[in-house]
Design a binder for this molecule. Sequence first.
Ligand code: ACO
Length: 381
Amino acid sequence: MSSPPPVIHRGLAGVVVDTTEISTVIQETNSLTYRGYPVQELAARRSFEEVAHLLWYGDLPDPDQLRDFRTRERALRPLDRTTSELFARLPATCHPMDVLRTAVSFFGAEDPTEDDGSPAANRAKSMTLLAKLPTVVAADQRRRRGLGPIPPDPGLGYAENFFHMCFGAVPDPDVVRCFEISLTLYAEHSFNASTFTARVVTSTLSDLYSAVTAAIGALKGPLHGGANEAVMHMLDEIGDPERAGDWLDEALSARRRIMGFGHRVYKHGDSRVPIMQAALDRLVARAADPETTRKATLHAALRHAMLQRKGIHPNLDYPAGLAYRLMGFDTPTFTPIFVMSRITGWTAHITEQLADNALIRPLASYAGPEQRAVPVAAVPV
Ligand code: ACO
């Protein structure tokens, strides 16, 4: 008697592959918690540095721990000359996600502790990446604008320093706050595609830089982190708020995916959207120029039309994309900003995976030709 065909879970949808203590989506209340704390409360009450500490060490820092965390992060921000020269040699057409992927790989090659996968060494590497990635992202945006890099300022917080390195100025605290909220919301989301990628690589006992390099590759795709960039391209393509409904009808009949909508886990709305949308609304009210108003009207019209036509809600990338535009960032910089934040979640998961490792190696149901004999080659080998 032949065994029954295996149940196939395409895309691993609905499959629980391990436990985690880092974050969870509570379906009943549609809320996301980091180490037990609701992300909305963290975004409203805590800095991104405190959230990073929470994800890595399991609890919010006390004042001494926060001071120590900030001192270490600020000291590691500068890039050495070799690294800066390497980036300057990359083609100007190189996507900033490719620059970041190359950067992490390069940091790994340069790190003398590369082979030591101890928790202490991995925490040090995580801090190095947290500190240096914004320096790379900011310098790369300036390079694309034909401008030289601005060195980090150790007197500024994580979010403020990023604006300083991008624009040579720190905007008013309201804007910095909106940015920091986005970093907190993007920091962690359980076994999403890029985090799972990092865990798969880690499960082979490979090193942290390899796991993060692979995670960046996974995040780049438009079905995942690349969607915040794709949202902006889509809004630019539609242009006129009056066109939102017709554009959407055409796109849906062409079976296009509408970027920034839908989610594998949330089917009744992404828990992170209301707080990011409120931050976006504050940015729109603050700008109050005709172009911003037009973009915001289009943004709302498309959201409304999508809900009406398909019943599909926006995900975090939908408000974040437009918010980053209003903060002055170039569209290709949006997904790298996601990396600057998610590096905290990825590295927390790498540590967790290593603490109780099991090789991740699923099975596949074979659907190819039956076993057959190899024909004799026309030309003898
Ligand atoms: N546009 C159009 N249709 C959609 C969308 C969308 N954005 N999302 C889901 N659907 C439709 C599908 O076509 C499908 O319809 P069908 O049953 O008639 O074929 C149905 O909804 C279910 O879709 P699935 O692909 O099964 O849902 P899944 O859970 O696999 O997809 C995903 C989740 C990949 C995020 C999807 O919603 C999508 O492609 N969204 C656009 C990309 C995006 O915004 N990604 C960001 C994710 S969030 C983040 O990374 C922060």
